[in-house]
Write a protein that binds this ligand. Structure first.
Ligand code: AMP
Length: 546
């Protein structure tokens, strides 16, 4: 069993920051490394980007900073300026409740800005070896008080020809320092460097349990970080999962993805460590019974879930290590049923992904993103299947009579085509196929009328729906997902049964099924949405200006 962050011996301030970031438990590399670094030992850790290695070294450093002294106490060397900036940002977020100053130094940034910052005094320096060495030569960076040095992505630094700079920098730091080396691979020069400059380092590799994977189709998509949500939406349209678990890395990401999905008419429930047992049970009931098709979850929350009928596991965030990949995808393909595992991989995660594939021995298929045309084709196939089923069932009589009554006027093909048109809705414009644009995707979803957040009809709510007035709006920070979430949770009705939503600055209009009005009004009264107490009422039947 992995430890908790508490068990690793981290301070309250750090635990608080991690909680706010939505981290639920240490990743394997954090589990193994943090303890050892806190004890003061040197560490050689074999870890890829994406495994959580930054926190693995940053957290122990933060715990040990003497806040009263404003000289550099820790130095982190990274191969690139991007990584230096990222690591510095990570330090900032992890040390939110400590008072620690962190300075990234890298080539390309005006040196006088760095000089001024160094003059004011910093406690953690994160930089590329070239620029750090520059500062040492100029006498602008004093490393005499440095207690910890981290070589991050050491193999990359080696490839970039930084080895001499690194050695010179290490020589400029106290012999008694603690040294931690992180590297995805361990080529000979790195091993030699470690032998020369480290004191009895502990070697940490995160081994995989190597499980046999169930017989499921495993595919992945390479996506830009910013396109992830649109890609997910497209994949959902294409795959039409009957029941999918979507994994995110943190609680915050779970909440935010859940909201975005719901707002885009993909009814989703969310599951993470902050829910109490009752809430959890409610979510699981809705997912198990098929009221919602999508469950967005963290690894921790999904652990121990026993659900038989998961058609898809979607790794919205790539898992942090091979074991967690195996655990996640083991949620589908149960009881001999076919399952699909889909993973989204961003360019930065490619190496980690290669490692996961290698370690799990999975044969994974890289997929081309389905185009709108693919989605339409798939939808039509599904529609044909539905028609075949309808024909096979009884009860066509009344419709046959209707069709025959028009057979003098139109051919059977014309009649069927008109009926299909009405059922399927307008055909999306395939030339509009630009992922960044949400609009075509939204139109794309005509296939599932019950799940679609219908376009507001200017004349009023649809038949069978009643419009409610809720006295919170955009200015209160309310988003459509908040309203759907609150109504679905409090009144215990499926999110998909909620109709159009219109957000104004100080109020919102929401269509709910007329037979649920009483229930919704009672359930919502006095509850809080975005921390505002609400008083809902039936909206007056006046036309609103939009
Ligand atoms: P890294 O390997 O340090 O680049 O981290 C990869 C990603 O994992 C970053 O987005 C981190 O914010 C995130 N991360 C690191 N540790 C955890 C954790 N314990 N739980 C969830 N996410 C984490």
């Amino acid at each position: 069993m992995p430890s908790t962050f508490e068990e690793l011996g981290l301070s309250e301030a750090t635990l608080k920051a991690l909680g706010e970031l939505g981290y639920e438990e240490p990743t394997p590399i954090q589990d193994r490394t943090i303890r050892v670094l806190l004890e003061g030992a040197d560490v050689i850790a074999q870890a890829q980007t994406g495994t959580g290695k930054t926190a693995a070294f940053a957290l122990p450093i933060i715990e040990k900073i003497e806040t009263t002294s404003r000289t550099p106490q820790a130095l982190v060397l990274t191969p690139t300026r991007e990584l230096a900036m990222q690591v510095a940002e990570a330090f900032h977020s992890y040390s939110k409740h400590h008072r620690i100053s962190v300075l990234p130094v890298y080539g390309g940034q005006p040196i006088d800005r760095q000089l001024r910052a160094l003059d004011r005094g910093v406690q953690v320096v994160v930089g590329t070896p070239g620029r750090v060495f520059d500062h040492i030569r100029r006498g602008t960076l004093q490393l005499g008080q440095v207690r910890t040095v981290v070589l991050d992505e050491a193999d990359e630094m080696l490839d970039m020809g930084f080895i001499e700079d690194i050695e010179a920098i290490l020589k400029a730091t106290p012999y008694t320092r603690q040294t931690a080396l992180f590297s995805a691979t361990m080529p000979a020069p790195i091993v030699k460097l470690a032998q020369q400059y480290m004191h009895e380092p502990q070697r940490i590799t995160v081994e995989s349990e190597q499980k046999t994977l169930p017989q499921i189709r495993q595919v992945y998509y390479e996506v830009g970080r910013r396109d992830k949500f649109e890609v997910l939406a497209r994949i959902l349209d294409f795959e039409q999962p009957t029941s999918a678990i979507i994994f995110c890395r943190t609680k915050l990401e779970v909440d935010s993805l859940g909201e975005r999905l719901t707002a885009r008419a993909y009814p989703a429930e969310t599951l993470h460590g902050d829910l109490n047992q009752t809430q959890r049970d409610r979510v699981m009931d809705r997912f198990r019974s098929g009221q919602v098709e999508l469950l967005v979850a963290t690894d921790v929350a999904a652990r121990g879930l026993d659900i038989e009928l998961v058609s898809h596991v979607i790794n919205y965030d790539i898992p942090l290590d091979p074991d967690s990949y195996v655990h996640r995808i083991g949620r589908t393909g149960r009881a001999g049923r076919a399952g699909v595992a889909v993973t989204l991989v961003t360019p930065r995660e490619r190496r980690l992904w290669d490692m996961i594939q290698r370690t799990t021995g999975s044969s994974l298929q890289r997929m081309r993103l389905p185009t709108i045309a693919d989605v339409i084709a798939r939808r039509r196939e599904a529609f044909k299947e539905t028609l075949r089923e309808a024909i096979a069932q009884d009860g066509l009589e009344p419709y046959t009579i209707l069709a025959e009554s028009m057979s003098d006027e139109f051919s059977p093909t014309e009649l069927a085509a008109a009926a299909f048109k009405l059922l399927l809705g307008p055909t999306p414009d395939e030339t509009d196929d630009r992922l960044a644009e949400p609009e075509p995707m939204e139109r794309d979803r005509g296939q599932r009328p019950e799940g679609k957040r219908r376009e507001r009809n200017q004349m009023g709510p649809e038949r069978g729906m009643t419009r409610l007035y809720i006295d919170v709006g955009r200015e209160d920070g309310v988003r459509p997902g908040d309203l759907v979430g609150a109504i679905a949770n409090e009144a215990d009705i499926p999110g998909r049964s909620i109709g159009a939503i219109e957000l104004y600055d100080h109020f919102s209009l929401v269509d709910v099924p007329s037979n649920q009005v009483k229930n919704v009004l009672n359930a919502l009264k006095g509850t809080r949405i975005r921390n505002r107490k609400v008083t809902p009422s039936i909206a007056k039947p006046v036309r609103t200006r939009s």
